[in-house]
Design a protein around this ligand. Structure first.
Ligand code: ACO
Length: 399
């Protein structure tokens, strides 16, 4: 008994587009993607140029404000972010409520949402200055919170941020230094970390960004909205893919096993997919994956582990898949997550932190979209549905 929805939807055109394949939910001036050509532009600038010539904080400024900063603006922005890196001391108590073996993304959903309980002074979403302060706080505090998750999981004391270090350097230090031993960050690794942040900074209306916009459309505070984005990012079809890629490469274990996994990925009866392959928008190489691959080579050379077995499996897998008719026909290319996991592993970051690093990086994209939403006339997001349930029926008289 499927009912005719037309009388319920009024006179207008009713579109049914599962997965939002061809429906724009908003206008935006932040990021442009041409999936057929493999083009990604932030405020008009190609991602390859930003990854090569800029750095993460400058890209944050660009995404948020629409233009690259002047040298003075850049310096002031760096200073502002540095001044907000500490989190309220009471927040460290919050961590202790979690099990030590909790997934760090579960902790991040909680602690980022909890920021709204600490920073009441900037929650007026109609006030542009408040929105700006929230953005600064989030950009600055995410590395601190992410590193706290890791330290908590291994039972080490939290490391305070150091404002004389660069954004990436500071993050790596908070991850790997201890009160007994400092951690000297190699410039090559700091640069690679910064590139990973930059390459993940924004990607228009993906599942997590759309979640942040939708949550924001109800007037929810930005910390709660970003926590919603973190939850949406966690899934393996989205940000969880970088963790899943590494698990898959470890499962493959040896180049000789690759054909077996390729066959599984092609089998319609098997739910297994090649992690790090395919993208809803790109039907060509993901431009971020190309930069990531180059960065991966640089990191492994710096560490003297070019013959890393996982990298060898990854390269061979990529080669086989790119020549396989199944993947060619469906235009399935490596995406940004295919190589990022190998870089993170080489830097010494545990697998369960990979998606946390994605969340840290994507926070600027989320908050820029949230800010764009509130900076222009808007209305609450309210998707419709195609109802396929029962028509009206009476409650049984004999119950
Ligand atoms: N391995 C094997 N087959 C695949 C893969 C894959 N990774 N991705 C898509 N396909 C196949 C599907 O089975 C389907 O085949 P069919 O036409 O014979 O039924 C076809 O390609 C189209 O796939 P859809 O699921 O319709 O593509 P969609 O755009 O909905 O999904 C997604 C995109 C979720 C990214 C998908 O490619 C996937 O699951 N990839 C693996 C997970 C991954 O790497 N995610 C990260 C995305 S990037 C990011 O979030 C940063």
């Amino acid at each position: 008994d499927v009912i005719d929805v037309r009388p319920l939807t009024g006179k207008g055109l009713f579109t049914y587009d599962p997965g939002f394949v061809s429906t724009a939910a908003c206008e935006s001036q932040i990021t442009y993607i041409d999936g057929d050509q493999g083009i990604l532009l932030h405020r008009g600038y190609p991602i390859e140029q930003l990854a090569e010539k800029s750095d993460y904080l400058e890209v944050c400024y660009l995404l948020l404000n629409g233009e690259l900063p002047t040298p003075e603006q850049n310096k002031a922005f760096h200073n502002t972010i540095s001044n907000h890196t500490m989190v309220h001391e009471q927040l460290s108590q919050f961590f202790k409520g979690f099990r030590r073996d909790a997934h760090p993304m579960a902790i991040m959903c909680g602690v980022v949402g909890a920021l709204s309980a600490f920073y009441h002074d900037s929650l007026d979403i109609n006030n542009a200055h408040h929105r700006e302060v929230c953005a600064y706080r989030l950009i600055a505090k995410m590395p601190t919170l992410a590193a706290m998750c890791y330290k908590y999981s291994i039972g080490q004391p939290f490391m305070y941020p150091r404002n004389d270090r660069s954004y990436a350097d500071n993050f790596l230090r908070m991850m790997f230094a201890t009160p007994c031993s400092d951690y000297e960050v190699s410039p090559v690794l700091a640069r690679a970390m910064d590139r990973i942040f930059t390459l993940h900074a924004d990607h228009e209306q993906n599942a997590s960004t759309s979640t942040v916009r939708l949550a924001g459309s109800s007037g929810a505070n930005p910390f709660a909205c970003i926590a919603a984005g973190i939850a949406a990012l966690w899934g393996p079809a989205h940000g969880g893919a970088n963790e899943a890629v590494l698990t898959m490469l470890e499962e493959i274990g040896d180049e000789s096993n690759i054909p077996e996994f390729i066959a599984r990925a092609k089998d319609p009866e098997d739910s297994f997919r090649l992690m790090g392959f395919g993208h809803r928008v790109y039907r060509n190489f993901d431009p971020r994956a190309k930069v990531m691959k180059k960065t991966c080579d640089e990191v492994l050379a710096e560490l003297g582990i070019e013959n890393d077995p996982l990298l060898k499996i990854a390269k061979r897998l990529e080669q086989i898949a790119l020549e396989d008719e199944y993947f060619v026909k469906r235009q399935l290319y490596p995406n940004v997550d295919f190589y990022s996991g190998i870089i993170l592993k080489a830097i010494g970051i545990p697998t369960n932190m990979f998606t946390v690093i994605f969340a840290l990086s994507r926070t600027i994209g989320w908050i820029s979209h949230w800010n764009e939403f509130h900076s222009s006339p808007n209305r609450i997001g309210r998707p419709r549905q195609l109802y396929t349930g029962y028509t009206q029926r009476d409650y049984p008289a004999d119950r």
